[in-house]
Every structure is written in structure tokens, then in C-alpha cells.
Design a protein around this ligand. Structure first.
Ligand code: PMP
Ligand code: GLN
Length: 383
């Protein structure tokens, strides 16, 4: 393994999901739903497969039906206009979109600012691009994790190329406000930076609202927006994601993508095109279902003795384990399956400042109600 990747080892998600299988534990670690998405969307994939749509290499940028549907989604929800032919790129999940964006836009030695705790692939992709990651830490304050705009401003140097945003934010559940986004946008314009923004949880916002940073003045031409069907339609195994941006940025990202996967899986693209056209009631229903689950798991964890950071979005809840007399999230998560048959993720893996993340543990609530209830009852045995 080369020096760029050596520090990363195996992702925590693979390690913890394997631990869940090995111990027969309830897996609240890796974020994937335990119920598949809408039947009609699955049927759309079956139809595409049967009708021979997408069974051979689809076009590199993605099938036109999906690019059109993505452009319509961005326009109808956010008023963002993108040409489906030149400003939309379909990728193999958001994971590839992140990788291709960083590989395309970062020069060796460039600095990339990422909000810490950061989703694990960011660090690895910045490293593969030869960049230097500069974490700006979200701080726990009044029951939520907050971005310190002064810290962000201070982190920008002459070598900064990209601010890598993630809102709604994994693992903290923070949803950046319009005021915060406006400040980030002003900074990006003032310092002539690109923003790569991971918005895969855009439809999972319970408090406040999701606003794409691309909608702010001066941002359309410097923002790469990343989305994914995995979270929105509960088909994480399909690996259909996308990038929307101004044409020169999409062209750049496509240059990298073509040598990573060339194209993404064909039949699923047709199905996701249909999924994006589902009525608003689908998106509302998904959000309300997850809101109830957030509240169920959040109050269960609080009753079990955890300090709970109530997430405004995503399907994760971050907790502090210190009220339980614990301080090392890694040790806690490795022991949890034995102690009570539940798997969670230690937030420390998402930090450069590992000490800052040490006592925090993330639980996923994108699971059936009976599964969450059983997990809560097991966790209550901890105290
Ligand atoms: N970004 C974030 C913040 C995520 O949590 C995830 C994981 N679901 C991804 C990207 C990857 O998304 P995909 O499964 O579409 O590759
Ligand atoms: N995004 C999911 C999570 O944060 C996991 C995706 C993965 O395993 N790479 O749990």
C-alpha cells in the first residue's frame, strides 16, 4: 500500500458491520436502511433490465432520462438551473462523485478544508489527490454541533483550493443555516475558492431547511454539488449518485470519472430517473418516518444515560458516553456487542484531533421501529 493510503486501513463501516454479523448484534453502525425503498422504483429497475435499457454501457455522463430528472429536481426544489447535457454528471454513488471531484480539482500540495468530524472518504480522497486536509472542527454547543465561522476564515491560506462542505452533516446531524452558508459563500468568493458540497442527506432535514450553497451569490460557478439516490430512496446498494455544477467544473469532474468507472450501472439509472419524479408526498413521508425514528432512538439513548446531540438532519445521532462513565468511544464500540448486542460507530475515526472526538459515538436510526425498540431496551441494560 502506498504512503498516501497507508494511514487509512479498512473503513470503520466495514469493520463494524462485520462485527455486527459476527456477534449477531443489532447494527446501528453503518448507515443503511433495513427496509428497501419504494416498490414502484424497484419495479422500474426490473422493467429497465427486462427491456434492455442500460444493460450495455450507458453514455459516460449518465443516461439522458436521469440527467434530465436531476436537473428538474435541482430546478423545482431549489431554483437552480442546470443544462442536463453539460452541467449534470451521473456517478457511482456520491462516493465516486467525491473522489472524482477531488481528483479533478485538487493539485498536489493544495489545501482542502473539511468540516471535522468528516465523512471518512473525504480524507482518503484528499490524500489520493495529493492534497492536504485542513480540518475545521464543529464544536458541541447547547446540544448541537456548531461551525465556528472565525475558525473557518482563519483556516484559509494561499494554498487553499477547496472547501469541502457536508450539509446535512454526517455524523453530527448539523444542518448549516442560511446565515452560515452565506458566510461560507462570501469567504469562498472573497478568497476565490471552490466549494465541493456533499448534500446526500438533503431530503432528511427535521429542523430548519436544506439550502444548497450553490444558490448563494457568486457560488453557481464555483460550486460542485453532490447528491445520491442511496439515502433519498433507500437503495444504498444501487450506487447511483450525481454531480451538478457549471459546465467547466462538470467537464473537469467527468475527466476523472471516466477513468474511475467510465460509467455507472445502467438499469438503475432509469429507475432513479423515475424515483426523482415521485410526488412530494414520498419525500415528506420519508422525512416524517425518520423524524419519528430520530425521536424514538434519541429519547431511548437519553434514558439509557447517554448525552444526546439531537440531529437536525441525516439519519444519525451523535452521543457523548461520558455520563456513562466512559471516555474512549473506540473501546466502547468494540465492547458494545459483547456487552449488549448493539453496534455503533466511534466518532473519533472522523477526526484528525482524535482527542476532540474520543468520547462521542454515532448511532444510525434508519431501521425498523421494532429494531430500534429492541436496541433501546438492550442499551438500557448498560447503566
Ligand atoms: N457522503 C456522505 C456524507 C455519506 O454519509 C455517504 C454514505 N452514505 C456518502 C457520501 C456515500 O454515498 P453513496 O452511497 O451514494 O456513495
Ligand atoms: N455513509 C454510510 C455511513 O456513514 C456508510 C457508507 C459506507 O459504508 N461507506 O454510515
Amino acid at each position: 500500500l502506498n504512503r498516501r493510503l497507508a494511514e487509512f486501513g479498512t473503513t470503520i463501516f466495514a469493520e463494524m458491520s462485520a462485527l455486527a454479523v459476527r456477534t449477531g448484534s443489532i447494527n446501528l453502525g453503518q448507515g443503511f436502511p433495513d427496509t428497501d425503498g419504494p416498490e414502484e422504483v424497484r419495479e422500474a429497475a426490473v422493467r429497465a433490465l427486462r427491456d434492455g435499457r442500460g444493460n450495455q454501457y450507458p453514455p459516460g455522463p449518465g443516461v439522458p432520462e436521469l440527467r434530465t430528472a436531476i436537473a428538474a429536481h435541482q430546478r423545482d426544489r431549489y431554483g437552480l438551473d442546470h443544462d442536463p447535457d453539460t452541467e449534470v454528471l451521473v456517478t457511482a454513488g456520491a462516493t465516486e462523485a467525491i473522489a472524482a471531484s477531488l481528483l479533478a480539482l485538487v493539485e498536489p500540495g493544495d489545501e482542502v478544508i473539511a468540516l471535522e468530524p468528516y465523512y471518512d472518504s473525504y480524507a482518503a480522497c484528499i490524500a489520493m489527490a495529493g492534497g492536504t486536509r485542513v480540518p475545521v472542527t464543529l464544536r458541541p454547543r447547547d446540544g448541537a454541533y456548531v461551525l465556528d465561522l472565525d475558525e473557518l476564515r482563519d483556516a484559509v491560506t494561499d494554498r487553499t483550493r477547496v472547501i469541502l462542505l457536508n450539509t446535512p452533516h454526517n455524523p453530527t446531524g448539523t444542518v448549516l443555516t442560511r446565515a452560515e452558508l452565506a458566510a461560507v459563500a462570501e469567504l469562498a468568493v472573497e478568497r476565490d475558492l471552490l466549494v465541493v458540497t456533499d448534500e446526500v442527506y438533503e431530503h432528511l432535514v427535521f429542523d430548519g431547511e436544506h439550502t444548497p450553497i450553490a444558490t448563494f451569490p457568486g457560488m453557481r460557478e464555483r460550486t460542485v454539488t453532490i447528491g445520491s439516490a442511496g439515502k433519498t430512496f433507500s437503495f444504498t446498494g444501487w450506487k447511483v449518485g450525481w454531480v451538478t455544477a457549471a459546465a467547466p467544473l462538470v467537464t473537469a469532474v467527468r475527466s476523472a470519472k471516466q477513468f474511475l468507472t467510465y460509467v455507472s450501472s445502467g438499469p438503475f439509472q432509469y429507475a432513479v430517473a423515475e424515483a426523482l419524479a415521485l410526488p412530494p408526498s414520498y419525500f415528506d413521508g420519508l422525512r416524517e418516518d425518520l423524524r419519528a425514528k430520530r425521536d424514538l432512538l434519541g429519547s431511548g439513548l437519553a434514558a439509557a444515560g447517554f448525552e444526546v446531540y439531537r440531529p437536525a438532519g441525516t439519519y444519525f445521532v451523535t452521543t457523548d458516553i461520558r455520563p456513562l462513565g466512559e471516555s474512549d468511544g473506540f473501546a466502547f464500540c468494540r465492547a458494545l456487542p459483547e456487552r449488549c448486542g448493539v453496534v455503533a460507530i466511534p466518532n473519533a475515526v472522523f477526526y484528525d484531533h482524535r482527542d476532540a472526538g474520543a468520547p462521542f459515538v454515532r448511532f444510525a436510526f434508519c431501521k425498523r421501529v421494532d429494531v430500534l425498540e429492541e436496541a433501546v431496551s438492550r442499551l438500557k441494560g448498560l447503566a
